[in-house]
Write a new protein. Structure first.
Ligand code: SF4
Length: 362
């Protein structure tokens, strides 16, 4: 069972909080991108058995690419299950929705970030709150199996009432899935350069706690650190990452993890990748693999599979007693799982598990 991730780097402009690998040229080389992605797929498919179960177009802004170009990639990859696509509200219209459906998209993820008329422009989004609502009206009527919304929180100017109202909008619409991200000052972003004010730790914790409570009360259960779903609406593709399953990465800056354990990183410079720059292939050493397995799987409600980590690295993951006493994690012979309080400090918990495991030895 494996997935395929395809990075579509094109964006209308760079959002001020974003440091992803994106390309804002006005006339993107879509045909060049298609040819190189198919080349990446020809390279990667040799290392995987059978057809992928999922395909995910992420970015960047996949909704900026011509549907025919995306369709050529979807046809070549021929996933057996979920095909997801990230779309910005300002790219959503009836024509595009129909074209995405025709090329096999089953799941649409809409980058709303906020419905608030005052906050959305502060986040530098190209769409207004009204446009976001209109885009969702169209997307929800278009017949996808699942429509997801990205929300962001943690700007100093954001009130708790605004965040609660964003979640209420999602709940009213009966959306099946929400990704709730923390606004951070990513190195290289304009927000980082100008020191955009963020909520302090105490306020962040209060906003986070309230948001999780509101989402869960609306029937959207947390199944990963930043992801909430109604039954049957989880992101099957993203669960490949959080369960540390293999996936192939196609496109500039895409990463993959082959079943052999080899990590693949495509060139993160769009022009260099278009010109055919070689991907870097690397097999992580056991310590790096231990960190990666713990860090990625602790984020998921199923947690760390202890025997699987031991089989892969030689170490049986161990939990610091202080984390258990503090009510951050719960352990069983089979797994280590975060408790609600632990999700707020998941990175620190992951680091402490790795430290304790390495100190205890095999
Ligand atoms: S946040 Fe999304 S739309 Fe904005 S620049 Fe980054 S990838 Fe592009």
């Amino acid at each position: 069972m494996y997935g395929v991730y395809v990075h579509v780097p094109w964006c209308r402009y760079r959002c001020p909080y974003c440091a992803f690998v994106v390309d804002t040229r006005s006339a993107p080389d879509h045909e060049g991108w298609r040819a190189r992605v198919l080349g990446d797929w020809a390279r990667e498919r040799e290392h995987f058995a059978g057809r992928p179960t999922t395909l995910s177009f992420g970015g960047g802004t996949p909704s900026r690419a011509p549907p025919a170009v995306l369709g050529a990639v979807a046809a070549a990859v021929a996933a057996t299950g979920e095909v997801s696509l990230e779309a910005n509200p300002d790219d959503i219209d009836a024509e595009h929705l129909a074209a995405w459906r025709d090329l096999g998209v089953t799941r649409l993820s809409v980058g709303v970030q906020s419905f608030q008329p005052a906050l959305a422009p502060r986040l530098g989004r190209a769409h207004s709150a009204r446009e976001a609502r209109r885009a969702l009206d169209l997307a929800q009527a278009a017949g996808f199996s699942s429509v997801s919304v990205d929300l962001i929180f943690g700007h100093a100017a954001q009130t708790e009432a605004e965040l609660v109202d964003d979640i209420a909008e999602v709940a009213r619409r009966g959306l099946g899935h929400v990704s709730l991200y923390t606004l951070t000052l990513e190195p290289g972003s304009r927000f980082a350069a100008r020191g955009e004010p963020l909520a302090d730790d105490e306020r962040w914790a209060a906003l986070h706690e309230r948001a999780v409570a509101e989402l869960e009360a609306a029937g959207l259960a947390r199944y990963e650190l930043s992801n909430f779903a109604r039954p049957g609406h989880r992101s099957v593709h993203n669960e490949h990452y959080w369960r540390a399953r293999a996936w192939a990465g196609l496109g500039p800056a895409a990463h993959g993890w082959r079943p052999s354990g080899v990590r693949v990183a495509n060139a993160d410079d769009v022009d260099a990748w278009l010109a055919g720059a070689q991907a870097v292939e690397e097999r992580p050493d056991p310590e790096a693999l231990l960190f990666e397995l713990v860090w990625s799987t602790i984020r998921h409600v199923d947690g760390v599979d202890r025997e699987r980590v031991r089989a892969a690295t030689g170490w049986l993951p161990r939990v610091p007693g202080a984390a258990v006493a503090a009510g951050l994690v719960v352990e069983s012979p089979a797994s280590i799982r975060l408790l609600p309080a632990g999700f707020a400090v998941s990175d620190a918990v992951a680091r402490s598990i790795v430290r304790t495991t390495l100190t205890a030895g095999v």
